[in-house]
Design a protein around this ligand. Structure first.
Ligand SMILES: [Zn+2]
Ligand SMILES: [Zn+2]
Length: 194
């Protein structure tokens, strides 16, 4: 399904169309205007398959308020992306929802221009594919070690009780590493004498 051109900020500067095929966010760019010309893009797109060990995106679509600006080298996309993620606490494994907000500033290099960096986003023909950029930015913003609260007590390593709900009564039998050598000597002496 192709949606008609979104409202232009400046007539015929840059025309952006939103294509919705397989959830891919693209912007079609007709005839780049002079540097400085821009238009704004509002996106509400599902972004599927973005996840990390302890986080994945909520099913609700991400919201993006972007500006596509014509610059010498291509098109500069700036703006903000907001998305909700379902994350799991790294200590107690409780699942909760977390709002992520990502600032974007990415250059899409136009054909015939030198690209900075190793694998730049490119203007392909009259189109820029926004999805890889959104995917990269959102993936990088997923929390690596989410916590349900800063002082989450986590789970008992022995019985698995959620220690936020109260103590479990397990006795902590961990030996102090400073005594480990002494224990070894004691063991050795006992073997000799025995
Ligand atoms: Zn927790
Ligand atoms: Zn326990």
């Amino acid at each position: 399904m192709i949606q008609g051109p979104v409202r232009l900020s400046r007539a015929e500067a840059i025309t952006v169309r939103k294509h919705r095929g397989r959830g891919r966010a693209r912007a079609e760019v007709h005839g780049l205007g002079r540097p400085g010309e821009y238009r704004d893009i509002s996106l509400q797109e599902p972004l599927e398959g973005v996840s990390s060990t302890l986080a994945r995106l909520d099913e609700r679509p991400l919201r993006a308020e972007l500006r596509a600006e014509s610059v010498m080298e291509g098109i500069l996309i700036t703006g903000e992306v907001e998305v909700e993620a379902s994350v799991r606490c790294a200590r107690c494994l409780r699942e909760f929802s977390s709002d992520l907000s990502v600032e974007l500033c990415e250059l899409f290099v136009a054909p015939g221009h030198e690209a900075p960096g190793e694998d730049p986003y490119r203007v392909r023909g009259t189109e820029i594919g926004l999805e890889p950029m959104l995917r990269d930015a959102v993936t990088l913003s997923l929390p690596l070690r989410p916590l349900c609260k800063p002082d989450c007590k986590g789970l008992c390593a022995r019985c698995g009780t959620d220690l936020n709900q109260g103590a479990c009564g397990c006795v902590d039998e961990e030996t102090d590493p400073r005594w480990a050598d002494l224990d070894a000597v004691r063991e050795m002496l006992r073997e000799r004498s025995g």
